[in-house]
Design a protein around this ligand. Structure first.
Ligand SMILES: Cc1ncc(COP(=O)(O)O)c(C=O)c1O
Length: 400
């Protein structure tokens, strides 16, 4: 089984029954071109060298692993280690796939890269990569998120990207994806839609995973070097699932428990959470099959999370598959647990996490207590919280 997991997806982009490509024929032609170009460059020594160079000298990889000793003491249980993706250039894991996607777009002769963004981290990372390789860049963003994540909006503008406000629906991530898809359909020839997570039609879930896999490859070696053993558990938050699959991939065949953490929002009432794998059912969204929070007609339900990067009604097809085969356990953390973890990590370690990553911290704190002091947890700290500070201070001011 393990070997099979690492050979996925199949040629049509399926992870078991999930993934694939549910798109109009004219777009399928373009997706086939992207798949072909990607399969070519991923084995091209010049591309491999360029990516390696940029990872080291531009992104700042390898990102370190940090033993969060004070957090561990405060929680009283398993040792918690952080993979510091927050220290990457632009402040999150998103830059790992954006540099790859931008290089691919350039190689394919595209003029512009476009994308959706929720928290603004993918938008900033893509605007950065576009500036680096010399491409135009449009970023679609819901106006609720524009308001909440305004530091990232300013960064995208400074980087030369156009931020396109999305006013439909709940004015958040799913609506931004809808708008970006529509814009892409109008001109899939000169533009490349650089999807921001392991979602969308084939080859994106595979390609974004491949660009993120470096996180787990590094972490495995670093953890072994630091502790002389492998971790007992892995923890990462799940929006579409790119930071999680980035950490998990290198460990899927190992003897380690793996946990993905979804946002439980305000409650498990419809529209107040985005716990897709926990409460969804298989369906189709944005051109691929996955677990989906949906109504009786298969239409996506409104979703919510305090973390703009997590409020998506679908989830990566590989995560959907890993849930079904029970290789990964999918848990939840709610808004108030995330805010508490946000403050705790800031106060005891001097590390301000992104609200998305704070969901993983919240769950790891619970898990550490359950596991006890002989065990270890490796957590993917997917991003830093600078973008969230104004929002948190205005809505959840510190109590002291
Ligand atoms: C810091 C951070 N972590 C996690 C996520 C969620 O995305 P994914 O599940 O693809 O890692 C986002 C999305 O914006 C993010 O900005």
């Amino acid at each position: 089984m393990a070997e099979q997991i690492n050979n996925m997806p199949n040629e049509q982009g399926y992870f078991g029954e999930y993934g694939g490509s549910y798109i109009p024929p004219q777009l399928q032609v373009i997706m086939d071109e992207i798949t072909e170009s990607y399969n070519e460059i991923k084995n091209d020594p010049a591309f491999i060298e360029e990516l390696k160079y940029l990872r080291k000298h531009y992104i700042g990889r390898p990102s370190p692993i940090f033993y969060a000793e004070s957090l561990t003491k405060q929680v009283g249980g398993a040792k918690i280690y952080l993979k510091r993706e927050d220290l990457n250039h632009t402040g999150a894991h998103k830059i790992n796939h954006c540099v790859g996607e931008a290089l691919l777009a350039k190689r394919m002769g595209k003029k512009k890269i476009i994308a959706e963004t929720g928290a603004g981290q993918h938008g900033v990372a893509l605007a950065t990569a576009a500036a680096l390789v010399g491409l135009e860049c449009d970023i679609y963003m819901g106006i609720v998120d524009i308001e909440k994540e305004h530091p990232n909006v300013a960064r995208m503008q400074v980087l030369g990207a156009t931020v396109v406000p999305v006013t439909r629906g709940t004015q958040t991530l799913k609506d931004a994806v809808d708008a970006a898809f529509e814009a892409y359909l109008k001109d899939p020839v000169t533009q490349l839609y650089a999807i921001g997570s392991v979602v969308g039609p084939h080859p994106f879930p595979m390609m974004v995973r491949d660009f993120q896999e470096i996180v787990g490859i590094e972490a495995k070696e670093q953890f072994q070097e630091m502790t002389g053993a492998g971790p007992d558990a892995l923890v990462a938050c799940i929006g579409g699932g790119s930071n999680a699959i980035g950490l998990f991939t290198a460990f899927l065949e190992d003897d380690v428990d793996i946990y993905g953490v979804e946002p439980a929002g305000k409650s498990f009432k419809e529209g107040e959470h985005a716990a897709t794998l926990t409460l969804g059912k298989p369906g189709v969204l944005h051109g691929f099959a996955c677990y989906l929070l949906q109504d009786d007609e298969g239409q996506p339900l409104p979703v919510y999370s305090i973390a703009s990067g997590l409020d998506y009604p679908g989830v990566g097809p590989q995560h959907s598959y890993l849930k079904d085969i029970e290789r990964v356990q999918y848990k939840t953390a709610n808004d108030s647990e995330a805010v508490e973890a946000f403050y705790t990590l800031s106060r005891v370690e001097g590390i301000i996490p992104a609200l998305e990553s704070a969901h993983a911290v919240a769950y790891a704190m619970k898990l550490a207590k359950e596991l006890g002091p002989d065990k270890s947890i490796l957590l993917n700290l997917s991003g830093r919280g600078d973008k969230d500070i104004d929002y948190i201070l205005a809505n959840y001011p510190p109590e002291d």
